[in-house]
Design a protein around this ligand. Structure first.
Ligand code: CTP
Length: 408
């Protein structure tokens, strides 16, 4: 198979050094990448770094290799253009159709999805000129990511940090899988997503847990944020996953903590997605000190049932709110995985249920996912195998289709 052809534009900001890591991620995941830095970007990272990591020549102007008319050949041949970092200046030049270097000229010839990952100081990101440029680019179908918050150049902190390279690569892959995956259809909406797996303490050292990595929930939060929603992500034991940009993250441990963290924000939400694997049971008693081995056989573990958070959310739902559940299912002698999914959708009373068919290395701790989307009132769609962000995009399509217009 021919690898997808990605153009990586790099503009002149200090975050340009992170583009080398993004380049590495893109090449390691099977993309063929040509780097198009601006002249200012090369003040931060040298040509040799980009050429060595991409294996391709690097130029900034349209007058190198003139016979091949590079800006036309590159733009027309690209499957995806990613610009990271996109500075305020680059956003302005792109918004106004300038063609004063190879990168901006190529942006005019490209007909593939274009993803900008901005990085700049908070004041520059919030300036009306930048806001207008971003709005203009988005109105033309360009995906402009929300920047992350955190440490900026020097000692200041705030909104405007380059999103994590892994996050940029994830959204780039999503646009290659599905070019229309990131519309702004959740703008003005509030959503709450749970992710990860709860742990129920047995003693200060041990717990009952499960295999959920939290990746699907994080992908749901990230895709919703990029589609314009204000997102609260309640994450249980996902320490190895960094906070997605422009998402409010609440970290929790047990089912009881997850329940507490969900119920409040859910009251004001347009949509709630329970992607977390919540423990059905917890130890009936928490030993205050570490349980010692001793000579005798241990007592059987006594368990007690946790509340079903999804059922509670459904009971407390406000009018028009869309509630989504997840179910990892295997078939058994009473029916196949889909049969159990249908039965669970009815039992939980949610609007949508994503059924992941598990076993054989599927669903847990792997980057890709597949499944079925079951709708209350009928309708079953098989979801194509792909990234967890792709599955997330199908879930948000179905949620957006059910949300009433904000004025209604
Ligand atoms: N869920 C929940 N609270 C629980 C258990 C599950 O909110 N105590 C939610 C999960 O987040 C998921 C959905 O319910 O969205 C289905 O979870 P699952 O574990 O598959 O369902 P159970 O009701 O626990 O059924 P079973 O384990 O018997 O299949």
């Amino acid at each position: 198979m021919v690898p997808p052809r990605v153009l990586l534009g790099v503009a002149g900001g200090i975050a340009a050094y992170k583009s080398a890591e993004l380049l590495r991620l893109l090449t390691e995941t099977g993309h063929s990448v040509r780097v198009l830095p601006t002249a200012a970007a090369l003040e931060f990272v040298g040509v040799a770094t980009f050429e060595a990591l991409s294996g391709e020549a690097v130029h900034t102007g349209v007058f190198a290799d003139v016979p091949s008319v590079p800006h036309v050949a590159l733009g027309k041949g690209a499957d995806l253009v990613v610009v990271a970092p996109a500075t305020a200046d680059l956003l302005a030049r792109a918004a106004h159709g300038r063609a004063d270097d190879l990168l901006t000229a190529t942006l005019l010839t490209a007909r593939c999805p274009v993803l900008f990952a901005p990085a700049m100081h908070t004041e520059m990101w919030e300036h009306p000129a930048t806001r207008d440029n971003v709005a203009l680019l988005r109105s033309r179908g360009v995906v402009v990511m929300e920047p992350a918050s955190g440490r900026l150049t020097g000692t200041d902190t705030g909104r405007g940090r380059l999103p994590d390279p892994a996050e940029i690569a994830e959204l780039g892959r999503l646009l290659l899988e599905r070019s229309d995956a990131l519309p702004g259809d959740l703008t003005g909406r509030r959503v709450v997503v749970s992710a990860g797996g709860t742990r129920e303490a047995l003693d200060p050292v041990r717990f009952l847990g499960n295999r959920s990595s939290g990746r699907q929930g994080f992908a749901l939060a990230r895709v919703a944020a990029q589609r314009g929603a204000a997102v609260t992500l309640v994450a249980a034991h996902t320490a190895d996953l960094g906070d997605p940009s422009a998402v409010d993250v609440v970290r929790v441990g047990s089912a009881a903590e997850l329940r507490e963290a969900m119920l409040g924000p859910a009251q004001g939400a347009d949509a709630v997605v329970m992607a977390a694997a919540v423990a059905d049971f917890r130890p009936a008693a928490l030993a205050p000190r570490k349980i010692k081995k001793g000579a005798a056989e241990p007592d059987p573990l006594r368990l007690t049932t946790n509340p079903d958070i999804l059922v509670e959310l459904v009971a407390a739902r406000r009018p028009g709110q869309v509630i989504v559940g997840f179910a990892a299912e295997t078939g058994d002698e009473t029916g196949d995985a889909l049969h159990h999914g249908r039965e669970k959708l009815a039992r939980k009373g949610c609007d949508l249920l994503v059924v992941n068919i598990v076993g054989d290395g599927k669903a847990f701790e792997v980057p890709d996912n597949a499944g079925w989307l079951l709708c209350a009132g009928g309708g079953e769609t098989e979801l194509a195998t792909g990234s967890k962000a792709l599955l997330a995009s199908y879930v948000w399509d179905a949620v957006a289709a059910r949300l009433k217009p904000p004025s209604a």
